[in-house]
Design a protein around this ligand. Structure first.
Ligand code: FES
Length: 147
């Protein structure tokens, strides 16, 4: 039996499996995307594990035993409002597929550094690919969210 905190709720799971499938198929947390067939290269499945960003496709339930997991669905109402406003204001959402992972990477950065430089922002989203290549507006959105 494995237990962990998922978006503030204690969860117990009997069988080990890949975390990406668990989140998407067993809990309906569909903000966590499978963008690269689980090869760990696109960042669309980015989540927070004890506040640190990680890729759900390369994790298993057994690896997160006892840890705290946060997906976009688990952000506070105020955080959801801020990121929705900032990404909208910057015009940063095109197809939208990468955005939950981008927001998680932004949160991981801003939670530790409330005044990030443009270089800090670029570095924070290095592992997140945007297939529409809208990086400039995404970086602007993260800067707005930090303010
Ligand atoms: Fe995990 Fe692409 S689905 S990095």
């Amino acid at each position: 039996m494995y237990s962990f905190i998922l978006n503030g709720k204690k969860i117990e799971v009997e069988k080990d499996k890949r975390l990406l499938e668990y989140l998407r198929d067993d809990t309906d947390l569909t903000s966590v995307k499978n963008g690269c067939n689980g090869e760990g290269v696109c960042g669309a499945c980015t989540i927070l594990v004890d506040g640190k960003k990680m890729k759900a496709c390369i994790l298993t339930i057994s690896k997160i035993d006892g840890k705290k997991i946060t997906t976009v669905e688990g952000l506070t109402d105020i955080e959801k409002e801020i990121y929705t406003w900032a990404f909208g204001k910057a015009g940063a959402v095109q197809c939208g597929y990468c955005i939950p992972g981008m927001v998680i990477s932004a949160k991981a950065l801003i939670d530790k550094n409330s005044n990030p430089s443009s270089n800090d922002i670029k570095k924070a989203i290095v592992g997140n690919l945007c297939r529409c290549t809208g990086y400039v507006k995404i970086e602007k959105a993260i800067a707005l969210a930090a303010k």
